[in-house]
Design a protein around this ligand. Structure first.
Ligand SMILES: C[S@@+](CC[C@H](N)C(=O)[O-])C[C@H]1O[C@@H](n2cnc3c(N)ncnc32)[C@H](O)[C@@H]1O
Length: 244
């Protein structure tokens, strides 16, 4: 559409910009009438929404690894290949790379991946990044020693089925899956995560998906979270630690 020229209120300070992001609530559209309006969130695609969220200099989920992931440090192998799924700005991928693991960080947001690379550089580690839509991803077979999936509840139940099948396929036999998500109780806290109840995880759901792994630990609890500016406050989470 011809009016789809966007003017940024605060130009992102990231360099190099990989492309000009279009539309998120921080942007203003210039209508042909000359009237400035902000893009209604409901008409925004998920891609645009995430690009918009990441188009700020700060790390919106922080630079430190997710607390659950960091708590699993002793369970990580000394070497091997790791896949960090929908890894965003790379706080978790960088942490895994810092453990001496050959880590691939995938996400569909170029802005997030530029920040992930900048964080890896700052910490002096190599992080491989790949732009990928996990709902249309060519999952490899039995490649990874560890797969981390932290707060990736953007998938509908149908999409999640495909994503989880891909994760199962990509994990080596004996490989470790580390997953954290919100439970439906999180809707009461409202301190992050999706609003759609069917996107959230329950003990039952995770047992159905991964209960056939050789060893499975699942824990559901409430905790105070402080991850960047986006996850702050009490949260209802569920953690899965499972070996295929
Ligand atoms: C809540 S953030 C979590 C990021 C990261 N895992 C962390 O804990 O910091 C969700 C991430 O999913 C990514 N994402 C959303 N939909 C995606 C898709 N279809 N394919 C790949 N990444 C996606 C977003 O870009 C965002 O980085």
């Amino acid at each position: 559409m011809s009016y789809r020229r966007a003017l940024c209120r605060e130009r992102p300070q990231m360099a190099p910009p990989m492309f000009i992001p279009v539309f998120d609530s921080a942007w203003i559209l210039i209508q042909p009438s000359g009237v400035y309006t902000s893009q209604p969130e409901s008409t925004m695609s998920e891609f645009d929404r995430w690009q918009g969220r990441f188009a700020v200099p700060e790390y919106i989920f922080g630079e430190e690894p997710n607390v659950f992931l960091a708590s699993q440090k002793d369970r990580l192998p000394n070497s091997g290949k790791v896949l960090a799924v929908a890894d965003g700005e790379g706080r978790n991928g960088v942490f895994l790379a810092e453990q001496g693991l050959d880590t691939l960080s995938i996400d569909f947001s170029p802005y997030a991946q530029a920040k992930a690379q900048a964080l890896a550089k700052k910490r002096g580690v190599i992080l491989r990044t790949e732009l990928a839509d996990v709902h249309n991803y060519n999952w490899s077979s039995e490649e990874y020693d560890v797969i981390a999936e932290i707060f990736t509840q953007f998938s509908t139940p149908e999409e999640r089925k495909g994503k989880f099948a891909g994760i199962r396929k990509a994990l080596k036999k004996g490989g470790l899956l580390l997953l954290e998500g919100y439970t439906p109780k999180q809707l009461q806290y409202g301190t992050g995560g999706p609003k759609q109840i069917e996107h959230l995880y329950t003990m039952d759901l995770l047992e159905k998906e991964f209960g056939d792994f050789s060893k499975v630990l699942i824990k559901e609890y409430d905790t105070y979270m402080s991850e960047g500016s986006s996850h702050v406050g009490m949260a209802a989470v569920i953690d899965l630690v499972a070996w295929k």
